[in-house]
Write a protein that binds this ligand. Structure first.
Ligand SMILES: NC(=O)C1=CN([C@@H]2O[C@H](COP(=O)(O)OP(=O)(O)OC[C@H]3O[C@@H](n4cnc5c(N)ncnc54)[C@H](O)[C@@H]3O)[C@@H](O)[C@H]2O)C=CC1
Ligand SMILES: O=C(O)CCC(=O)C(=O)O
Length: 444
């Protein structure tokens, strides 16, 4: 058994019920084989891979709060601080009933390499809770957020660990958490990103993940002889990432024809109306069934089905494991040319392999959706210097970062004899910097 297989086996044995974590580790370690082969003696002596797959710490805590009927509710809170070799821990907080330790660990593990790829000094972490903000009143969400932060504040800080949004955690939740942190600690610091613009947030952070995704897709297409103008785009999800991916796709001359939520999906042959989506989702926290009111010629279907629609570019922007092997087959038979992951690990391993072996350009999430966390790091910089940069300035920096990420992963793939394999390229390019920093800092 080689070194990579040994570590993979240990991960499964030590963390038996954590399938998503196994999947994320397998994807990364399998594609690190070429660099591990060259450096095996050194990495083994340092136990580098063993240290990489074991979080620095996992924090789990009770989150009690009182609902509108006066009933006490109890949720579980998590923060997994995975690796701070290249900077303070950084990564979002997911609020969704499906949240468990395996999901938070997969997200935290991915975040190490993603954050390294941005070229900015941020380590990897993730957190969240099985609390579901859907259908809760503002008062209930406030009660949860205050209780959550009353424990979490002990472990975070502007130079220690800087959480942000993710599924279910948007501007409202970040605001409530920031207020509670400030109340307990008495300091006004950049401890969270994705803050409102009136209290230390950065312009472009709201748009950053979706915009960054399209900047990377545009460059990937260009470098492979395609033009994004006029392309048909299928998007899944209808949250923060999906909305701003759609907005930027239209700005670049493409046409987005689908969006989805956990109940169903919309096909709009005339092109998704982003303004309508913003009203339904951002303002009213509503469901996609309402979309037809704005666009009578659109279709709403229950269940899943986005990937059955003919498109040139597919952008999964909802959640993990939402693009399956059968979906990959449908995309290939519909002559899709590119898939880029706006969500974290939305494509299963077999679907990824199928797309890659059938000539579809495939940009993995840790590169393609890194614009969000990169702009969070820009928010941290602005907070540190107590300044706010203009929209144009942040957007320009974001674009520059995304183009760099594309070229770094593309070059890394080529260096290791796998031209065009952006999964391998992203993993190797992200890993190289973290590995160097870990070795330089001794054993910890
Ligand atoms: N917000 C950010 O800056 C970043 C988010 N991501 C990832 O992007 C994805 C979407 O996140 P956001 O847009 O921020 O969240 P959001 O809460 O704004 O939207 C999530 C979307 O996914 C859909 N969804 C959630 N669970 C689902 C399920 N089980 N089946 C089908 N649809 C489901 C929701 O209906 C919603 O449309 C997640 O994977 C997240 O980790 C990645 C990088 C940064
Ligand atoms: O902005 C951040 O710190 C986190 C974004 C995030 O959660 C992600 O990249 O998946």
């Amino acid at each position: 058994m080689d070194y990579v297989d040994e570590v993979l086996e240990t991960v499964v044995r030590k963390n038996p019920a954590e399938q998503e974590f196994h999947q994320a580790v397998k994807e990364v370690l399998e594609s690190l084989r070429p660099i591990v082969k060259v450096n095996e003696a050194k990495y083994r002596k340092e136990a580098l891979l063993e240290r990489l797959v074991e979080p620095d710490r996992q924090i789990k805590f009770r989150v009690p709060w009182v609902d509108d009927k006066g009933q006490v509710q109890v949720n579980t809170g998590y923060r997994v601080q995975f690796n701070n070799a290249v900077g303070p821990y950084k990564g979002g907080l997911r609020l969704h009933p499906s949240v468990n330790i395996g999901i938070i660990k997969f997200l935290g593990f991915e975040q190490i390499f993603k954050n390294s790829l941005t070229g900015l000094p941020i380590g990897g972490a993730k957190g969240g809770s099985d609390f579901d903000p859907k259908g809760k009143s503002d008062r209930e969400v406030l009660a949860f957020c205050k209780s959550f932060m009353t424990e979490l504040y002990k472990y975070i800080g502007a130079d220690v660990d800087v959480p942000a949004g993710d599924i279910g955690t948007g501007a409202r939740e970040i605001g409530y958490m920031f207020g509670q942190f400030k109340k307990i600690k008495g300091t006004y610091e950049g401890v969270l990103t994705g803050k409102g613009l009136s209290y230390g947030g950065s312009l472009v952070r709201k748009e950053a993940t979706g915009y960054g995704l399209l900047y990377l897709v545009e460059e990937m297409l260009k470098c492979n002889g395609f033009d994004i103008t006029g392309k048909l785009v299928a998007i899944s999800g209808s949250g923060n990432v999906a909305i701003y991916a759609a907005q930027k796709a239209f700005q670049l001359g493409a046409k987005v024809i689908t969006v989805s939520d956990s109940n169903g999906w919309v096909y709009d042959p005339e092109g998704i109306d982003v303004a309508a989506l913003q009203i339904i989702k951002e303002e009213n926290r509503g469901r996609l069934t309402e979309y037809k009111k704005y666009r009578p010629n659109s279709e709403y279907h229950e269940g899943r089905g986005v990937w059955s629609v003919k498109c040139d570019i597919a952008l999964p922007c909802a959640t993990q494991n939402e693009l399956l092997l059968e979906d990959a087959k449908a995309l290939v038979s519909n002559h899709c040319i590119a898939v880029a992951e706006g969500a974290n690990m939305p494509t299963t391993l077999d679907a990824t392999e199928y797309l890659q072996t059938h000539g579809v350009l495939f940009a993995p999430g840790k590169a393609a959706n890194a614009g969000g966390v990169a702009t969070s790091a820009l928010e941290m910089s602005q907070n540190s210097e107590r300044l706010s940069w203009s929209f144009e300035e942040v957007d320009e920096k974001l674009k520059h970062i995304m183009l760099n990420i594309f070229h770094n992963m593309s070059d890394a793939a080529e260096r290791y004899g796998a031209k065009g394999n952006y999964v391998m390229g992203a993993n190797i390019a992200g890993f190289e910097k973290v590995a160097d920093a870990m070795i330089a800092q001794g054993i910890w």
